[in-house]
Write a protein that binds this ligand. Structure first.
Ligand code: SIN
Length: 290
């Protein structure tokens, strides 16, 4: 397997930060941020460093941040406009009444399922998927559990063989919301076509843009071939070598770059309660072919 190009570089980023601390917690994805209080407005230098950390690590984590809805929205709005969830009326998470931009993710002994259990990129079934998501957990299971796994789709791309990279270039795939949303929840599900390999608009790095949750088929090949190739790519993306596993505490916040990561929520805590709120930031353009 080829080594991901940036793993070494990401380890040596501490020198870039004057206002916050950034502690990588795995070589390919994920860093913990310190010396920032998200319950207060942030100055532009801090926001700039958070952006640098997000771009470098794909997902950044904060602890001990008892943020209000207003704090949550304000943090997101430093990075762009708020994204309104497309589809998913019948999903495990719900739009919070009176707050169209906030999804409530509350699960307990009555839950039949939880959101995000299948590896996915948030809302890849949207024509313009959100550029990032910010999840705040206000209650975590008392005996542990409810961790979230994140994977770097840069590293997944970079570790493909040159032959596979050449094969995938120029292919497009259909992402269908009906694969992930509860059946019967709505009359029509969002559906979108995106490149299989795309390029991050800010870092310029190439990445794999298919996910088990929503990617249905590759357009340019037979369905049989598409199924085999997608299963290979899903398995490849989901390997632990380019993952981080985040253990939540009450009032932890995870802020992920939805363009270059995927995630999976682990439901191992039934019948206990796990409760959080998620806000998303609008993407500015559809994923672009390389
Ligand atoms: C999600 O937003 O997809 C769920 C993530 C989580 O609950 O950890």
């Amino acid at each position: 397997m080829n080594a991901p190009a940036k793993a070494v570089e990401l380890q040596s980023t501490a020198a870039r930060y004057e206002h916050i601390t950034v502690t990588p917690i795995s070589p390919n994805v994920g860093a913990e941020i310190g010396q920032v209080d998200l319950t207060r407005p942030l100055d532009s230098a801090v926001v700039g460093e958070l952006r640098t950390a997000l771009l470098a690590h794909g997902v950044i984590f904060f602890h001990d941040q008892p943020i209000s809805f207003e704090d949550h929205r304000r943090l997101a709005q430093y990075f762009g406009e708020l994204h309104i969830h497309v589809g998913g009326k019948g999903t495990a998470s719900k739009t919070l009444e009176g707050h169209p931009e906030i999804r409530k993710q509350y699960f307990d002994r009555n839950s039949k399922r939880v959101s995000g259990e299948v590896w996915h990129t948030d809302q890849s079934c949207a024509q313009i998927p959100p550029m990032a998501s910010i999840l705040h957990q206000d209650a975590v299971p008392p005996d542990g559990g409810g961790d979230t796994l994140f994977a770097s789709t840069y590293a997944a791309y970079e570790t493909l063989s040159p032959r596979m990279k050449a094969y995938l270039e120029g292919l497009t795939a259909v992402h269908d919301g009906s694969r992930i949303f509860d059946k019967g929840g709505e009359a029509e599900y969002p559906i979108a076509t995106h490149p299989v390999v795309t390029i991050h608009p800010e870092t310029g790095r190439k990445l794999l843009y298919v996910n088990r949750g929503q990617t249905d088929y590759i357009n340019e090949v037979t369905r049989e071939e598409s199924k085999a190739i997608l299963n290979y790519l899903f398995d490849h993306i989901e390997q632990p070598e380019w993952q981080v596993r985040f253990r939540w505490r009450a009032h932890s916040v995870a802020f992920w770059d939805n363009r270059c990561t995927q995630h999976k929520a682990i439901w191992d805590y039934w019948p206990n309660v796990r409760s959080g709120y998620r806000v998303q930031i609008k993407g500015v353009a559809s994923p672009q072919p390389v």
